[in-house]
Write a protein that binds this ligand. Structure first.
Ligand code: FUC
Length: 740
């Protein structure tokens, strides 16, 4: 069932409220029944403005830091990094809540019954309904966030004509200066703080019948049949005049009927949502339960594949709702953040979280939802060239482990386990070639190629020779600590395994892209190849595990949430069961050790573990960890719980469900590689693989019974199911039915 259903109000608990969004404009709908509350977000509402935070003393201390690291004086190196490499000032700014709208029925609805609230994922519409016990009048609210009209649209109706009374106010806890109204429209506006951006948020009532007035901070309508409420917002990030933009946007939407707004919205949204569908067979009597009842119930002994189908739909819904068209990319909370100072600033953390947000894009047939990320990377490019030059005296582009609205690339703060890490931009760069593999969009590759090349250029200048290998220094393995044989604890080091894995991938992608685009910069390409040839390989340590650092150190926290050294297993395909079985064995030891140490305790960490097991073709461990994600790290509204709410776990888990059914690599695509016992029968329509091939699969009693492939542009693929491989070629627009 493509719906989240509840019969109790959220009672002011954000973790029970339900999200809607059009990429830019979002709301959490509390579903309070006798009143209503929307908490609003607009993606460019951030505190402060653009800054140059590059530490001016970095370059003059770089050699000394490197010497200290290479001679094992780690505490001294870490102390010096705190002074010389930390961003000045420390910390990028926070994404903020836009504000809140509170609705009430002007005293009606004291005693009520039959309350329901539903988020229909197939139409992206939230509906709540409640009946007044005395009058038996039913009040209904239908709400959605329209992309075409950039408005949140809420339609309030009552079953008794002329009985609808509605009052609403727009509020913001800080950083706003004025509230103004006309007869039908209320505005709040001001500066978002730190001398940064101006914003405006507006709400208009379009009633059918009744009397409407603006009074103080409220819009009030009495005796209406229905009211359409329109809400929009703007900042000067996109608009020269936010107030004028808001007014014009409201005028444009108010000129349409509600039915037309709704129809346009459904059509636009479904152009994304209808591309894919997972249908695991399940016990349909469970559909009588509410979503929270199903979440509380699901475990090994109470399977509920129906909930997994819904969770998959929800993940796709969340990506479409937080990242589409000209929106910003999805941040740590997608677009849904209730705070003025959000957890980790609700920024873009690029040592896994932002990248994880986009893991489902390719496989779930939503590659275009990743375009906002690439636009943001271009926003980072000039900043990252500045950071490379000022901090490290290098050419090319670098970004550390966080970025913000303005594409900041300097180190975030003084937190040693995370901040002195030069690989954030490089990891993002690997998304470019992967997006190209899924879409075969050559214009996209041309547009992003300079980014890829600048990224490679940075490492050609930055890497240093240690024992014949080229390695990063300083660096950290996000965000872990090691113990040296003499008991010294450290984070900073050189040539962490994850860095090497990312760099192998980056140089390989660059090489392939340079060939596709016929780059005739022969000298650069030759030097890049020479550099790639000197990158260290993945090593196996004394416990039989994948080594996290160049030395086989003990880990201070064996259950650490980051499993960075398995980057080569997932997201990359450097470790695969068929081609590198020993490394797979070692990866499996690493995972066991992490889990035995309490790993997977954050939502995103658990989601990564599911992906890692899927890539090991270990179906049962992937499934068990998915169940643990539900029981330990999923809120009642099915959002991921770090804790607190962080959206990466939703996206990571949805990608993992896809990976259990289909794994696409440059050399082959593998069908049903990690199908657990509990998913014996089912089908999936519209999963995507490399080459832009779309797959429809059906299976019964664990046997693949139908395989259908479609390609828009034409493609070749080696298809593997169990031990059988088939080489196939599809011409543009062709559908092939394959049997195994
Ligand atoms: C990384 C993680 C944390 C959290 C933060 C936003 O630093 O280690 O768990 O997800 O990002």
């Amino acid at each position: 069932m493509s719906k989240l259903i509840y019969t109790t109000p959220s009672h002011g608990d954000w973790n029970k409220a339900l999200p809607i969004g059009n990429g830019k404009l979002g709301a959490m709908i509390y579903g309070e029944g006798t009143s209503e509350h929307f908490q609003l977000n607009e993606d460019t509402v951030w505190f402060g403005g653009r800054r140059d935070r590059n530490n001016p003393d970095a370059l003059s201390h770089l050699d000394e830091i490197r010497e200290k690291i290479l001679s094992g004086k780690i505490p001294e190196a870490e102390e010096l990094c705190k002074y010389a490499l930390t961003g000045t000032p420390q910390s990028q700014h926070s994404y903020q809540s836009l504000g809140d709208v509170y609705f009430d029925y002007c005293g009606a609805l004291k005693e009520s019954e039959h309350f329901t609230r539903t988020l229909d994922l197939s139409r992206a519409i939230h509906t709540s309904a409640i009946t007044d016990t005395a009058s038996k009048t039913t009040y209904q609210i239908e709400t959605f966030s329209s992309y075409d009209f950039n408005c949140i649209v809420a339609r309030f109706t009552s079953s008794t004509p002329g009985e609808l009374n509605l009052a609403a106010s727009l509020q913001r806890t800080s950083f706003y200066e004025t509230t103004k109204h006309t007869d039908d429209t209320l505005f709040i506006s001001g500066n978002l703080g730190g001398g940064g951006q101006d914003f405006c948020c507006g709400m208009r009532f379009v009633p059918k019948g009744g009397n409407l007035q603006g009074i103080g901070e409220h819009l009030v309508v009495k005796g209406a049949d229905a009211v359409t409420v329109l809400i929009t917002a703007a900042t000067d990030f996109r608009s020269d005049n936010p107030q004028e933009t808001v007014w014009n946007t409201l005028d444009r939407a108010a000129g349409q009927t509600f039915d037309l707004l709704k129809e346009t919205h459904i059509k636009e949204y479904q152009s994304y949502f209808n591309r894919m569908k997972l249908e695991l067979a399940y016990d349909s009597s469970l559909d009588e339960l509410t979503t929270n009842e199903r979440l509380a119930r699901i475990d090994e002994h109470h399977p509920d594949n129906g909930l997994i189908n819904t969770y998959m739909d929800y993940g796709r819904y969340l990506l479409i709702s937080s990242s589409r068209g000209d929106s910003l990319p999805a941040n740590l909370q997608g677009i849904w953040n209730r705070d003025m100072e959000a957890p980790w600033g609700s920024k873009y953390t690029i040592n896994i979280n932002t990248e994880m947000n986009y893991w489902p894009a390719g496989i779930c047939h939503l590659s275009d939802c990743q375009l906002p990320l690439f636009e943001h990377m271009l926003r980072m490019l000039e900043n990252g060239k500045e950071t490379a030059k000022k901090m490290y005296g290098c050419r090319g582009f670098v970004a550390h482990h966080n970025t913000d609205l303005w594409g900041d690339t300097a180190p975030q703060d003084i937190y040693i386990p995370a901040t002195f890490w030069v690989m954030g931009g490089a990891w993002l760069s690997t998304h470019i070639w992967n997006h190209y593999l899924y879409t075969k969009d050559i214009d996209f590759l041309k547009k992003m190629y300079p980014f890829l090349k600048e990224s490679v250029q940075f490492f050609m200048d930055f890497l240093i020779d240690v024992g014949g290998n080229l390695v990063t220094c300083p660096s950290v393995s996000p965000e872990n600590t090691y113990i040296m044989p003499d008991g010294t604890r450290g984070c900073l080091t050189y040539g962490c395994t994850m860095d090497n894995e990312i760099l192998h991938e980056l140089f390989d992608h660059f090489d392939k892209a340079s060939q596709v685009l016929n780059d005739n910069d022969v000298d650069f390409i030759k030097k890049a190849r020479a550099c790639a040839a000197k990158l260290p390989d993945i090593q196996i340590g004394k416990q039989g595990q994948i080594m996290e650092w160049q030395e086989d150190y003990e880990e201070a926290e064996p259950g650490h949430r980051h499993i960075s050294h398995l980057w080569g297993l997932h997201p990359a395909h450097q470790i695969t069961p068929d081609l590198t079985p020993e490394l797979c064995e070692a990866a499996s030891v690493t995972l066991k050790r992490r889990l035995a140490g309490g790993g997977g305790h954050t939502g995103w960490s658990r989601a990564w573990i599911i992906n890692l097991y899927a890539r090991l073709w270990d179906a049962e461990n992937a499934y068990q960890n998915l169940l643990l994600l539900f029981s330990h790290s999923t809120l009642e509204n099915l959002l991921d719980n770090h804790p607190p709410f962080q959206i990466d776990g939703n996206f990571g888990a949805v990608a993992a469900i896809g990976e259990m059914l289909l794994q696409s690599r440059e050399d082959r695509t593998i069908l049903l590689p990690a199908l657990p016992g509990a998913w014996g029968t089912g089908s999936v329509k519209g999963l995507c693989g490399m080459g832009g091939i779309v797959y429809d699969l059906k299976w019964e009693n664990h046997i693949l019974t139908e395989t259908r492939l479609y390609s828009d542009k034409g493609a070749s693929v080696v298809l593997q199911y169990k031990e059988t491989q088939k080489r196939l070629t599809l011409s543009a627009g062709e559908t092939l039915v394959v049997s195994f």
